[in-house]
Design a protein around this ligand. Structure first.
Ligand code: KIV
Length: 289
């Protein structure tokens, strides 16, 4: 954990890498969760477009809109003061050209209060990364399994297994650092390749399914606490079964409502008996007329 209550900045993250301190990143998509994630000690909160699946119920991240990202990121920002908040740029908000990318990154920052944006891709997004950076907006990169390209990749699969693919990833990482990203997410790639990339870069790498030698780690909040059951990637470690806990709470509540146990005296308000008597008298007198 970075050493103070001060807001984590891109400079803090670079110093953490220099000191060999691991960066803790976690996704959050709403005010309450963001507060829990901050109090649990995360350095960075990613408002990932994974919210399309975990919160909005889409089959992948492609339908997520700028409006979705702005609303959820703004809710997260209202809840936290220490972690760096990074907002994902949704599918087709940056791919068309650098001009559109700057305009959408600016909108995300302005309307949500995030401190940085993240976008997926390697060499092909360098013009967008440079242009957003020139606008004064910190950019986090994301290579390996890039979920917005799921249909091109042929599914949610491990990337960079062959020599050529691994070489391309090393080159992409280098070029993205030169273009000015402050950190790089490595998703679902062999541990040895992410170790190599992490050694080669002076900015921190954040792994998800990328082995232990990245400079930091990220997981999707709903996976971490057992609240998303559609599928669980092999790289996830569940730290809680919150889904089961919540389901039990709802079952107990349903039973209590049905059998009249809820609400009880403790959860109800009462009025002075004299007020009640007068109300009844006046009401029945009124009915007689
Ligand atoms: O959208 C997301 O949550 C992400 C992380 C999995 C890195 O991009």
């Amino acid at each position: 954990m970075s050493d103070s209550d001060e807001r984590v900045t891109v400079a803090t993250l670079r110093k953490m890498k220099e000191r060999g301190e691991k960066v803790v990143m976690l996704t959050a998509y709403d005010y309450c969760t963001a507060r829990l994630v901050e109090s649990g000690g995360a350095d960075v909160i990613l408002v990932g477009d994974s919210l399309g699946m975990t919160v909005l119920g889409h089959p992948d991240t492609l339908p997520v809109t700028m409006e979705d990202m702005i609303a959820h990121t703004a809710a997260v920002c209202r809840g936290v003061s220490r972690p760096l908040v990074v907002a994902d740029m949704p599918f087709m908000s940056f791919q068309v050209n650098a001009e559109q990318a700057v305009s959408n990154a600016g909108r995300l920052m302005k309307e949500s209060g995030a401190q940085a944006v993240k976008l997926e891709g390697g060499e092909e997004v360098l013009p967008q990364v440079s242009a957003i950076r020139r606008a004064g907006i910190p950019v986090m990169g994301h290579i390996g399994l890039t979920p917005q390209a799921v249909h091109q990749l042929g599914g949610f699969k491990v990337q960079g297994r062959g020599v050529q693919a691994a070489k391309e990833m090393l080159v992409d990482a280098q070029l993205l650092e030169e273009a000015g990203i402050f950190s790089l997410v490595l998703e679902c790639i062999p541990a040895e390749i992410s170790a190599e990339i992490s050694r080669n870069l002076s900015i921190p790498t954040i792994g998800i399914g990328a082995g232990p030698d990245c400079d930091g780690q990220v997981l999707v909040f709903h996976d971490l606490v057992g609240m998303f059951d559609d599928f669980t990637p092999r790289f996830v470690r569940r730290y809680a079964e919150a889904g089961e806990l919540i389901q039990k709470a709802v079952c107990d509540y349903s039973a209590d409502v049905r059998n009249g146990d809820f609400p009880g005296k403790k959860e109800s308000f009462s009025t002075d008996p004299a007020v009640l008597r007068r109300l009844r008298d006046e009401w029945s007198a009124g009915e007689e007329h």
